[in-house]
Design a protein around this ligand. Sequence first.
Ligand code: ADP
Ligand code: MG
Length: 322
Amino acid sequence: EQLANQIAAGEVVERPASVVKELIENSLDAGADRIEVEIVGGGTKLIRIIDNGEGMDGDDIFLCLERHGTSKIRNQEDLGAISTLGFRGEALPSIGSVSQLSISSRTYNSELGYRVELRYGTLVKSHETGCAVGTIIEIRNLFGNVPARRKFLRTTRTELGHIDEVIKNYSLVASDVSFVLRVDGRETINLSGSFNLIQRLAKIMHQPEEFFPIDFSTDGEHRVTGLLLAPEKVSPGSARLRVFVNGRAVKDRMIVHAVAEGMRGFLMKGKNPAGLILLEVPPEEMTLTFIRQNMKFVFAGLRRCTDWCKPGFLLPLGQSRA
Ligand code: ADP
Ligand code: MG
């Protein structure tokens, strides 16, 4: 069992940023609207995530530490229609097998919270504790028992860059959730839940709040929305295009390139598109192969949108073109 967890950890937990990703997904699934992340030592010394979600009681905590102890699949049917972000029930046991993990959590119905502490997969402490409704998860000494993996990590700066990126990406899809990141005690991200998407994107990209909104759907099933930095504001290398498919950040260069291609004519020569593109496609089509094959759809759509994406055509916030 412990070995299985460590093997799974190899898949789920590649680096500190993958831990942050799994934990943020869990917090979002728990309905949190405020997520704070604290990092020390690039994530190898400490990753702490504090959320105000629905929390867990003692039984839930023990359950979530078991492999496939997910609360997100209730029957076979659910498997076909997964709407929550997590569904494998592997993240916490995997992370726990390669770190010193503690979970403190309290539900709304309970006066007291519960806390467990594990050391490389072995339970060392469990007791009631006072804490706010929600969950605090701490991961210390990531890969402390797997020196080979520890060695594989890059510089603190690089690892922090990946963490920063994960949080920024989630802040764009979960745009009504507050996100805070503290690195070695210093606050580096603070995005209030009251910021709208434009304000968030401007802050993340260090750009003025001047974006062209895009919103169209050809058939009701496929949809492209987004915010593109006003062409005259795009300076080479300063800002880039973030692409999401069904709420997930896409790193695939071909997709990003294809989207950029579709915007040719809209941008000035030599300038790279920058901003945010959100593609929505039916879940069963959400494979890279599918998306690549269907980039034509995106091309066509983006060409259409360029008709009105001209200076002077900037839509006021929240207003969409019929
Ligand atoms: P999965 O997300 O695939 O279900 P995880 O190992 O990531 O698997 O989490 C296991 C379970 O632990 C979740 O299904 C959920 O019930 C519970 N859990 C984890 N993190 C939190 C959290 N921050 N708040 C509430 N419940 C959580
Ligand atoms: Mg999960």
